[in-house]
Design a protein around this ligand. Structure first.
Ligand code: ADP
Length: 185
């Protein structure tokens, strides 16, 4: 069973940036479902064509599709050898249950909640200006985060693998806090 780490946090929390830094420091494979979907959009694949409209509206791509994509990626040899840091998955309880099944019934080894308040992430996303960073799509994504993803925090807590890290401060300060948590594993 490969080592499985998960990073959760509101959109705009800096989770993608920090996940890349953590993957580099610890040698695990960084799997960002948002990056995978954006690559599919850029390549114009069937999946990309389906996902684009959903993403631009700030909605979630269907669980079956996401579980299929991630399940396939987790079966690859590099992850078996190095372990994985999942960024953007799971985002719903159905995805968390599927991950637990892949992991042989257990939760991940560690789930980090990168905590940044709503007002701060909204400001950051408006400044970033990605295709799906329109005011309407941002509001929709944050609403879905509270409704679909925030409940996973309790799910991870129950499995004893949740660690919450303050995401306010400089990139270096936040990274130092995260590294401390991973070092404690
Ligand atoms: P953000 O965290 O700012 O939403 P991401 O890059 O993680 O950015 O995701 C961008 C979009 O990709 C999401 O709004 C959603 O439409 C889709 N997406 C990514 N991961 C998932 C997932 N696990 N389940 C459903 N949709 C997803």
């Amino acid at each position: 069973m490969p080592q499985i780490l998960v990073i959760l946090g509101r959109q705009g929390s800096g989770k993608g940036t920090q996940a890349a830094l953590l993957a580099e420091r610890y040698g695990v494979v960084h799997v960002s479902t948002g990056d995978m979907l954006r690559a599919a959009v850029a390549a114009g694949t069937e999946l990309g064509l389906q996902a684009k409209a959903v993403m631009d509206a700030g909605n979630l791509v269907g669980d079956d599709i996401m579980i299929g994509i991630v399940g396939e990626r987790l079966a690859a040899a590099d992850i078996g050898a190095r372990g994985v840091l999942l960024d953007g998955f799971p985002r719903t309880t159905a995805q968390a249950a599927a991950l637990a099944e892949i992991a042989g019934g257990a939760g991940p080894d560690l789930a980090i909640n990168l905590d940044v308040p709503i007002a701060e992430v909204t400001e950051r996303m408006l400044a970033r200006g990605r295709d799906d960073d329109t005011a309407g799509a941002i509001a929709r994504r944050l609403e879905l985060y509270e409704a679909e993803t925030a409940p996973l925090l309790a799910w991870f807590e129950d499995r004893g693998c949740l660690s919450t890290v303050d995401g306010l401060g400089t990139e270096e300060e936040v990274f130092a806090r995260l590294a401390e948590v991973v070092d404690g594993l």
